[in-house]
Design a protein around this ligand. Structure first.
Ligand code: AKB
Length: 320
């Protein structure tokens, strides 16, 4: 007998990660089986035209319940969150959206017997007391942004729902994510996306971090691969039930600028660090992801120069 395809819900489907992950999931499960949900409709034609969209605020449990009754989801990817820099502007709202949103999804998943849940964590769970180089999977975690605090608490709740209720919830601690299809919003690592856009437009880039601020980063195709590999791994391989460290590359603004100059020699960057500098200074510079390598075979494909070549080529094509 043919297997019924999984129905999948992506909450936060129009964001930087969501818009690409939704398309990748539609390739796997079929467009009609992957419901994109967000507070505003998709801007990208391919996302709008490839499957259903539902207007959803993750704080609205009534709408979430109606949606689950209508589609009978087997998997939920809950990506909606207020990121690090925006969170500092309205900490109470960031806490409410990030925590209450997670509880709503976890409880809905239990009620509706959803088989598998994905929820992203971040390097923001680490703080000034964390070892900054090759940060281990288990170590001191003293986040000092509301975003980081909500991600750390969320990790504990994911593990709790797994231990107490058997809910198969899985998570990755993403570094800064870089892609050409959608812009990020409100993060400390966003500069590493904006810089490519300015370079292509022939403009000088004003960087809000200082030139030597090293941060862990990842190109979007690797982030998609990691997410799907984690979600498709057999449950017995998933040994970490709070969130996996995940790593691909680390670089500073001056290093990404040098990488861009290999293709655009007259590219210019100036440095005007702002409040985001302090957030970046509290985060790790590099991450030890050996648990992800061992448990489900994680291996990134892109380094800085490979990412730069691909980003510039695709942005040139899109802006032509
Ligand atoms: C941010 O900068 O807030 C995010 C993150 C590292 O989680 N990109």
């Amino acid at each position: 007998m043919a297997k019924t395809p999984d129905t999948v819900l992506v909450i936060g489907a129009c964001g930087q990660l969501g818009s690409e992950l939704t398309l990748a999931l539609r390739d796997i499960y079929g467009g009609a089986n992957v419901v994109a949900a967000d507070v505003a409709p998709p801007k990208q034609d391919d996302l709008r035209d490839s499957g259903p969209f539902e207007h959803v605020n993750v704080l609205d449990t009534k709408v979430l319940g109606e949606l689950a009754a209508k589609y009978k989801f087997k998997q939920i990817y809950h990506l909606a969150a207020v990121l690090s820099a925006t969170g500092e502007k309205n900490p109470k709202f960031a806490w409410r959206l990030n925590m209450e949103g997670l509880f709503n999804v976890l409880d809905l998943s239990l009620e509706q017997q959803v088989e598998r849940v994905y929820w992203p964590s971040s390097i923001a769970v680490f703080g000034p007391g964390t070892p900054r180089h090759n940060t281990p999977q288990h170590t001191i975690m003293d986040p000092n942004t509301v975003y980081g605090i909500s991600k750390q608490a969320g990790e504990r709740w994911c593990e709790y729902y797994f231990q107490k209720h058997g809910l198969d919830v899985r998570s990755l601690r993403y570094p800064g994510l870089i892609g050409y299809k959608a812009l990020p919003g409100g993060g400390t690592t966003d500069y590493a996306v904006d810089i490519y856009h300015k370079a292509i437009e022939g403009e000088t880039f004003e960087c809000f971090l200082s030139e030597d601020t090293q941060l862990p980063m990842m190109y979007m195709p690797d982030a998609l691969k990691a997410t799907l590999d984690l979600m498709h791994a057999p449950a017995e391989n998933i040994k970490v039930r709070d969130s996996y460290n995940l790593s691909a590359m680390s670089f500073s603004p001056e290093e990404i600028a040098a990488s861009i100059r290999k293709y655009i020699p007259d590219f210019k960057i100036v440095y005007k660090p702002d409040a985001r500098q302090q957030i970046a200074a509290s985060w790790p510079q590099s991450i030890d992801d050996s648990a992800a390598q061992q448990d489900w075979g994680w291996k990134p494909a892109y380094n800085l120069d490979a990412m730069t070549a691909d980003m510039l080529q695709n942005l040139k094509r899109l802006k032509a």
